[in-house]
Design a protein around this ligand. Sequence first.
Ligand SMILES: Nc1ncnc2c1ncn2[C@@H]1O[C@H](COP(=O)(O)OP(=O)(O)OP(=O)(O)O)[C@@H](O)[C@H]1O
Length: 249
Amino acid sequence: MPDPTPPDVLLDFRDVAMSFGPTQALTGVDLTVSRGEFVSVVGPSGCGKSTLLRIASGLEQVSAGTATVSSQRIGYVFQDATLLAWRSVRRNVELLAELHHVPKTERAARAAEAIELVGLTGFEKHLPRQLSGGMRMRTSLARSLTLDPELFLFDEPFGALDEITRERLNDELLRLFVRQNFAGLFITHSVAEAVYLSTKVLVMSGRPGTIVDTFEVPFAMPRDPDIRFTAEFATLVGKISHALREGHR
Ligand SMILES: Nc1ncnc2c1ncn2[C@@H]1O[C@H](COP(=O)(O)OP(=O)(O)OP(=O)(O)O)[C@@H](O)[C@H]1O
């Protein structure tokens, strides 16, 4: 019998492998995400990062190994905000609570709070097409926040945004992480973003993807935005970028 998952571990992958027909996407993946952790995964294109997240969300079943998710309250934010075009911001934010049969007044209260948390108060009646890309991502974040997730899964949520908007949303996300106390698993192509947001960064190899390196991020939370301009930050980004290149060979 393998050791049981410790109580603080919300996501526990052990020797996970995943194949799609002849394509082996993942092999030997060991990964845990515990309460209080924000874990980022960086890796070359096609190494199986999204597959990892789809397994965590229950959308895919592993081909071998075990993937244990010890929470019912999981939030997801994908690269596309996936908003319903005909629904206002408020009605989009209410959607998940609606699908979970949360009563109407409770739903409205949760949506108002989530909208405030992501800084969209005043935009409740806007339709998605009237919003900027950053505001659409905020709406998507708010929609998940209404379910008060314990574990939040992010698949490159800010990849399509300009640099300034991305930095601002990184700060918002860090603020939410500290305030809402969820654990995070975050996929990104940006090593600097991974270091800035995370307590731990995992580096994946090229396909079949496996974790080749783990870096603890020593900077305190709440994180000082100026940390990004320090020598320690640059050194860690350099080390991880190097590991990424090595793993890609
Ligand atoms: N449903 C599927 N059917 C067949 N092959 C798949 C499926 N999903 C993923 N793959 C393959 O598995 C591999 C990993 O895909 P995945 O999308 O997880 O990679 P990724 O690291 O997220 O890529 P990127 O960084 O480019 O988004 C790829 O070769 C992909 O073509």
